[in-house]
Write a new protein. Structure first.
Length: 144
């Protein structure tokens, strides 16, 4: 009976992670963002050239074409951003779960100052440790 009382008084192991910092420091996020930015710049350069050529031919109607092309490019950029976010979280979630299990955490909260965790003791911050873990896993290296 004494063991049951002692066991029921144990506190769960908790930690939190700054999710914005985690995502920004995740190497896969950096790779996807750089590739998307390069593609965007290439497409923007092509549109710039097309708009310039059209402007030389017809200085009145080029504005509508310009607006349509840049609007389509922006929509494409936003869609790609959503796709990247989804791919990032599909990769991160299993890593976070493995991290928590391997280190015996009962709960790992996501914090960013705008959501569920508005304050937590700094000693419970797992952000740096988790960033190192997920980047090691992503690159196929052994984790600590």
């Amino acid at each position: 009976m004494v063991l049951w009382i002692l066991g029921s008084c144990s506190r769960p192991k908790l930690g939190y992670v700054d999710i914005f910092e985690l995502v920004q420091a995740f190497d896969l996020q950096k790779e996807y963002t750089e590739a998307a930015q390069a593609s965007y710049q290439q497409q923007k350069s092509m549109i710039d050239s097309m708009v310039y050529a059209h402007r030389l031919r017809d200085s009145v109607s080029y504005r509508q074409m310009e607006q349509e092309l840049y609007s389509a490019l922006e929509l494409q950029r936003l869609e790609r951003t959503r796709e990247i976010e989804k791919m990032i979280w599909n990769r991160l979630n299993p890593y976070i779960m493995d991290f928590g299990k391997a280190r015996g955490y009962d709960f790992i909260y996501g914090a960013n100052g705008t959501g569920n965790v508005l304050y937590a003791e700094q000693s419970q911050d797992l952000t740096r440790e988790l960033i190192e873990y997920v980047n090691h896993r992503y690159h196929g290296r052994k984790t600590k």
